[in-house]
Design a protein around this ligand. Structure first.
Ligand code: ADP
Ligand code: MG
Length: 242
């Protein structure tokens, strides 16, 4: 059994069928890429997995628990957390207070401290700036803060939506180095990145989404980048239909 199993998932926004019969598997200790153009449905799928979007039909199983109709808080407590698109943070709060927003599952002050120290070790820049307001952070630092806050819930599976959006290449490289350290802690990762090449290089398995469907999936290192690009843009589909 995979750590996360999605079977025949359908999600609607009113009449709009945003997620169409999606099935996916995420193996424990792997890194899975979810790629697709803007509007493909990646965030909708993630929000459905995490209990934010209502699921019309299909199922989501995490570590053997049926989480299809679970509340987000319950899903997080089972060990599945997402770091949302746009690296949202609380602007008027300090870095530390932002991180503590993710600490609600910690049972004691000691545990909270331990979690914080772990995040600070992973992202030293957050420690340096811990007393500063989030509003002064750069884009890359915000992304680290968003990941750090998600890590405070001690996830077994962390889903990072739009990991590189709006960031400079050197900053993206840095984020990936840190994600590798997250992985070394035994945390399974699902990463959404718009860059096909980077996604294939940095993951074990890749899923390509197009217009609400998974149109290609496979072991990242065995995938052909031209074919993945075609799937990403729906080029083969157009050829077939023409
Ligand atoms: N809250 C919403 N209400 C209606 N339609 C939405 C909503 N959020 C997203 N959509 C639509 O659903 C589709 C998938 O969007 P999204 O999941 O954000 O894609 P991605 O994350 O891959 O860019 C798009 O066509 C988008 O316009
Ligand atoms: Mg999105």
């Amino acid at each position: 059994m995979s750590m996360l199993e999605i079977r025949g998932l359908n999600v609607n926004y009113g009449d709009f069928h945003a997620i169409q019969d999606v099935s996916m598997d995420v193996e424990a200790n792997s890194v899975v890429s979810l790629i697709g153009a803007n509007g493909a449905g990646k965030s909708t799928l993630i929000n459905a997995i995490c209990g934010v979007n209502k699921i019309r039909s299909g199922s989501v199983t995490f570590l053997g628990h049926d989480i299809t109709k679970q509340k987000t808080s319950k899903i997080v407590s089972l060990g599945l957390t997402s770091s949302p698109e746009g690296s949202h943070c609380f602007e008027k709060m300090t870095i530390q207070d932002n991180l503590l927003q993710g600490a609600y599952l910690c049972r004691s002050g000691k545990e909270r401290r331990k979690r914080l120290d772990e995040i600070y070790e992973l992202f030293p820049v957050l420690k340096e700036k811990s007393k500063q307001l989030a509003t002064y952070l750069s884009g890359g630092q915000r992304q680290m803060l968003a990941i750090g806050r998600a890590m405070m819930t001690q996830p077994k599976l962390l889903i990072c939506d739009e990991i590189s959006l709006g960031l400079a290449p050197v900053v993206i490289k840095d984020i990936y180095v840190q994600l590798e350290k997250v992985r070394e802690k035994g945390i399974t990762l699902v990463i959404v990145d718009q860059d096909v090449n980077r996604s294939l290089t940095n993951s074990d398995y890749t899923y390509v989404m197009l217009e609400g469907r998974i149109v290609m999936a496979g072991e990242s290192k065995k995938m052909n980048i031209d074919e993945v690009n075609d799937a990403y843009f729906g080029i083969n589909l157009e050829k077939k239909e023409a």
